[in-house]
Design a binder for this molecule. Structure first.
Ligand SMILES: [Zn+2]
Length: 136
């Protein structure tokens, strides 16, 4: 049981600035590396067996970086932004959301529950378990 209900919130403006800079540096480094990988992928001739293999190795490296970013505190998976924001851990998908998105998803869930209680018609194409996890 790690990170349950964990929030990373900073009050000190100096620390906030440091966090912002570090996230920016990491974000930029990852984006640069992904650009390099995409460039290398485009050079591979996928009609040959070796080219095809190398292409997929490069693609796998890129996906690994995508995953690392998704589970990091660098960007929020909902708004893809969040660089400047405080973040909160969601135990359902194990991702860090910026507090703005976290609270918005929670509010949307509550409004939906109220609509259901009032007997209103709601969207059925909805991930109940995911949304419910934001009540933590
Ligand atoms: Zn967000």
């Amino acid at each position: 049981m790690m990170n349950h209900n964990k929030i990373i919130a900073l009050k000190d403006p100096k620390l906030k600035k440091i966090r912002e800079n570090l996230r920016e540096i990491i974000f930029q480094a990852v984006m640069d590396r992904e650009d390099q990988l995409i460039e290398l992928m485009e050079k591979e001739d996928r009609d040959t067996e070796e080219g095809y293999e190398r292409y997929h190795e490069l693609e796998e490296k890129k996906l690994e970086l995508d995953r690392a970013m998704r589970y990091s505190t660098v960007t929020c998976p909902a708004c893809n932004f969040g660089l400047l924001r405080d973040v909160k851990f969601n135990t359902y998908d194990k991702c860090w959301y910026c507090l703005e998105c976290y609270n918005t998803i929670r509010l949307a869930y509550r409004i939906r529950q109220e609509d259901i209680e009032r007997g209103m018609d709601v969207d059925r194409d909805y991930d109940e378990e995911y949304a419910h996890s934001f009540l933590d």
